[in-house]
Design a protein. Structure first.
Length: 101
C-alpha cells in the first residue's frame, strides 16, 4: 500500500514539474493571451476581488516569461510578437497593479 501511495506522489510531482517547463508555440501563446484578456475583462466588469487580481498578476507574469523563455534568436516566437505582446502585457500588469491599490 505504501508503495502505491509513494508512486502516486512521485508521479504527480514529476508531471507537475514537466507541465511547468512547457513552452508555448506561437499559436498557443496567442490563445493563452486571449483567454487571459477575456478573464481580465470579466474581472473588471464584476466587483473585483483580491484573489482575482492575484490570479491575473500571475497569469500575465507567466505570459511575460513565456515570451523570452527558450526563445533564442526568436526561433519559437518571432520578434514582432515578442515586442508587441511585451508592451501589451506590461500595460495589463500596470493596470492590475493600479486596481490592487
Amino acid at each position: 500500500m505504501k508503495k502505491y501511495i509513494l508512486t502516486i506522489i512521485l508521479s504527480t510531482m514529476f508531471f507537475s514539474c514537466a507541465s511547468l517547463s512547457y513552452n508555448y508555440t506561437q499559436v498557443e501563446f496567442i490563445d493563452e493571451y486571449n483567454k487571459t484578456v477575456k478573464y481580465f475583462d470579466k474581472v473588471v466588469e464584476a466587483p473585483i476581488k483580491k484573489s482575482d487580481l492575484r490570479r491575473l498578476r500571475k497569469k500575465f507574469t507567466f505570459l511575460k516569461k513565456q515570451l523570452y523563455k527558450n526563445n533564442d534568436n526568436y526561433e519559437r516566437l518571432n520578434e514582432i510578437i515578442v515586442n508587441d505582446y511585451s508592451v501589451k502585457i506590461d500595460e495589463y500588469l500596470m493596470f492590475v497593479e493600479d486596481l490592487s491599490d
